[in-house]
Design a protein around this ligand. Structure first.
Ligand SMILES: Cc1cc2nc3c(=O)[nH]c(=O)nc-3n(C[C@H](O)[C@H](O)[C@H](O)COP(=O)(O)O)c2cc1C
Length: 165
């Protein structure tokens, strides 16, 4: 079993490295996928962009045993079932990891444009609940939600895997 990740601003990378430190498994960036044997089990971690787990398409031909998607929400948005359907990963164990984001000012290019639009939409809501307010604050000011304890459900799953050596 090995760990493969895709990360743009480093939050998912931190989870991948934390997982490697806890398990002793080797960790690869998705760009290095060709180094991995087709039979090798893979735990894939990728950041979520508008509901899509980034980098996932590069590992689909491989032996993916579990998938983790990171995002800024407290839980997977809108929910785990929708994320699984959106990414066509039915039948593969999925784990949501709360990641984080840089302050909007530090994000560049298309991502910044998309997030700016998203903030505008959230701000224009007449009724803003606590989660909407939190999302606006997170995007504008940045947030770090990476915590070791968030890996626990994945570690529990891993313990029961016969291929985990
Ligand atoms: C353009 C854009 C779209 C995003 N869309 C989502 C999303 O749909 N759901 C979510 O939970 N997080 C979303 N995020 C937040 C990132 O997934 C989150 O910040 C992630 O932890 C970043 O990981 P990284 O540092 O490894 O790149 C989005 C971020 C950007 C920049």
């Amino acid at each position: 079993m090995v760990i493969v990740y895709e990360s743009k601003t480093g939050f998912t990378k931190r989870y991948a490295e934390m997982l490697a430190a806890k398990t002793g498994l080797k960790v690869y960036h998705v760009k290095e996928i060709s180094k991995i044997n087709q039979d090798e089990g893979i735990i894939f971690l990728g950041w979520t962009k508008v509901g899509k787990i980034q980098g996932l398409n590069k590992v689909r031909r491989y032996n993916v045993k579990a998938i983790c998607g990171s995002g800024t929400g407290r839980t997977a948005e809108p929910d785990v079932k929708a994320v699984i359907a959106r990414n066509n990963i039915e039948g593969i164990p999925f784990f949501y990891l709360r990641g984080g984001c840089l302050p909007l000012k530090k994000i560049k290019g298309m991502d910044r444009i998309m997030l700016s639009m998203f903030v505008k939409i959230l701000k224009s809501r007449k009724e803003k609940d606590e989660r909407t307010e939190e999302s606006i604050d997170i995007i504008l000011n940045g947030f770090d939600g990476v915590k070791e304890e968030n890996l626990e459900p994945l570690l529990e799953w891993l313990k029961n895997q016969p291929t985990f050596r």
